[in-house]
Design a protein around this ligand. Structure first.
Ligand SMILES: Cc1cc2nc3c(=O)[nH]c(=O)nc-3n(C[C@H](O)[C@H](O)[C@H](O)COP(=O)(O)OP(=O)(O)OC[C@H]3O[C@@H](n4cnc5c(N)ncnc54)[C@H](O)[C@@H]3O)c2cc1C
Length: 493
């Protein structure tokens, strides 16, 4: 195990992609095996912050004192079971490496949180999702088994379906024989297709789901077994531009309805794996890096459809008809005809959040970005509300993201401290509006430290206390991930 105790050696471990300031720690442990993770937990004194690749955007991996345990050396792919279509990997394996390894075996791991340098353990701890969640769901849907080191250094392995809550409680036995009895929170989750807000709740909760999305507060995930699917043999992808915003939204609705009908067996054909949105301002920002972006467009949609040799022509026609019916600018649009084109489109999508981050850093400010998802019926009015407020604020902003799931990222780009104050104010109004319309305040990036106050707004004191009680069952001294999700005040009682 590598142990770093000199601050000059571990500056990188004090920040993540949120640019949250003030990170501090006394030491960093970098174990090389799961046993060493347990040793590190026992040797650490006080609070422990678990560090993956630190691509998180809500400060979850940013420590405020105590010990950091980094999973980076647990980076082995243990096994790929081609027949059973699963992969077992240590938590520190980089997502892109895992995707490459399984694709070499003709298999495919769909969760795609845009940022491929994250660790598998980090994606499980945040229940990461992304563009392809439109078809495949979030990371949760693929996790079959996890191995966890608990807050006292004890360990537990949990397989899906093995431990289900009964009468509101879960009973677990650790590897050393200790009993854990945890009461499941009773709040109702919002009726949205993506939600990364707080622990799972409900009547029948699987123990594995408690850890997925627990943001480093219940245990340290050291190994995971993930389900895979067959690699699609082909795909049709396009970035399609629109002159009228209303046409774009009509296209999105039509593509979404057609995809749901196909999945429900009511029709055959269109079944998008992703439907992504770029507003006019996003196109203008990204044109600095991709000058080939056509001018004068109201927005664009990036869509992807998996194909095979038999249905490729038919699907090509179906999508073309859909685009034309909704007045897409076909001559100006981009369609992938090779793997290279597809890689370029994904690069384009990835470059946008990166460009946003660069812009705010250049302004010496912090990005203020939403991560809210809404129920179908309330999404259009939510978007209108936000855009109205943004336009009258006069502030620079871009809107892009996972429109197929009613989940857009509104990024405010304040130029100075005054605008940052105004942007925070606007953000608060968007949060309130989202909650009022039955949405979630975090659909995929999680709560971390930066959004814990909004979790309070969403769930209120009673349910925050229930979350704290659940945490206490696994981590009685509140050592793991202090400040993540649950404000420290709820952990005092
Ligand atoms: C440009 C960009 C685009 C992004 N787009 C998306 C997106 O589309 N969808 C999306 O979901 N996310 C997105 N993210 C956020 C980020 O990539 C994900 O949250 C990712 O899952 C975090 O993985 P990580 O290894 O970097 O974790 P970290 O940032 O290191 O940690 C995240 C949280 O998980 C905990 N943690 C990490 N590893 C473990 C472990 N082994 N056991 C227990 N807890 C652990 C940490 O304590 C922390 O609370 C984006 C980030 C960037 C920078």
């Amino acid at each position: 195990m590598i142990i770093k105790t000199e601050k000059s050696e571990f500056g990188d471990y004090l920040a993540d992609a949120s640019n949250m300031p003030g990170g501090a720690a006394e030491r960093v442990f970098i174990p090389e095996t799961a046993d060493e993770v347990a040793d590190a937990v026992k040797a650490a004194e006080g609070p422990i912050t678990i560090s993956g690749a630190r691509t998180g955007t809500v400060g979850g991996a940013v420590p405020f004192g105590g010990t950091v345990i980094s999973l980076e050396k647990l980076n082995k792919i243990v096994a790929i079971d081609v027949e059973g279509m699963t992969v077992t990997a240590e938590a520190g394996v980089i997502l892109a490496d895992l995707q490459r390894a399984v694709e070499a075996e003709g298999l495919y791991y769909p969760p795609d949180p845009t940022e491929w340098s994250c660790q598998i353990g980090g994606t499980v701890a945040t229940n990461a999702s992304g563009a392809r969640s439109f078809k495949y769901g979030a990371t949760r849907d693929f996790v079959r088994r996890i191995t966890v080191v608990l807050a006292d250094g004890d360990t537990i392995g949990i397989s899906r379906g093995e431990h289900i809550s009964d009468n509101g409680r879960l009973h677990l036995r650790t590897d050393s024989g200790s009993e854990i009895s945890a009461r499941i929170p009773t709040y109702r989750k919002p009726d949205v297709r993506k939600d990364a807000c707080g622990y799972v709740a409900g009547e029948k909760v699987d123990a594995i789901d408690l850890f997925i999305g627990s943001e480093g507060t219940l245990g340290i995930i050291t190994e995971v077994e993930l389900a895979l699917v067959r690699k699609p043999s082909g795909s049709l992808s396009g970035i399609v531009f629109f002159r009228e915003e209303s046409d774009l939204h009509d296209l999105v609705r039509a593509a979404r309805d057609a995809s749901f009908a196909t999945r429900a067996g009511r029709s055959e054909g269109i079944d998008a794996s992703l439907i992504e949105y770029f507003d006019k301002r996003s196109l203008e920002l990204i044109a600095e890096k991709f000058p080939e972006v056509p001018g004068g467009m109201a927005g664009a949609v990036f869509s992807e459809q998996e194909t095979d040799d038999e249905n490729e022509d038919e699907l090509f026609d179906a999508w073309n008809t859909l685009f034309e019916e909704n007045n897409a600018e076909m001559e100006e649009s981009w369609f992938a005809v090779s793997e290279n084109d597809l890689a370029k489109m994904r690069e384009f999508r990835h470059a946008l959040p990166v460009a946003v981050n660069e812009r705010v850093v250049r302004n010496n400010q912090r990005k203020i970005g939403t991560d809210m998802a809404l129920p179908d019926e309330n999404f259009p009015s939510f978007l209108d509300y936000c855009r109205g407020k943004l336009d009258s604020s006069g502030m620079e902003y871009v809107i892009f993201g996972h429109i197929g799931d009613n989940h857009l990222h509104i990024n405010l780009l304040p130029k100075d401290d005054n605008e940052t104050v105004a942007a925070r104010h606007l953000y608060g109004r968007f949060i309130a509006q989202s909650i009022m319309l039955g949405g979630t305040v975090s659909a995929e990036h999680g709560v971390g430290k930066l959004k814990s106050k909004y979790l309070y707004v969403m769930y209120g004191e009673r349910y925050l206390t229930e979350m704290a009680e659940l945490k206490r069952a696994f981590d009685p001294d509140f050592r793991l991930g202090p400040g993540n999700m649950i404000d420290l005040q709820y952990l005092r009682y």
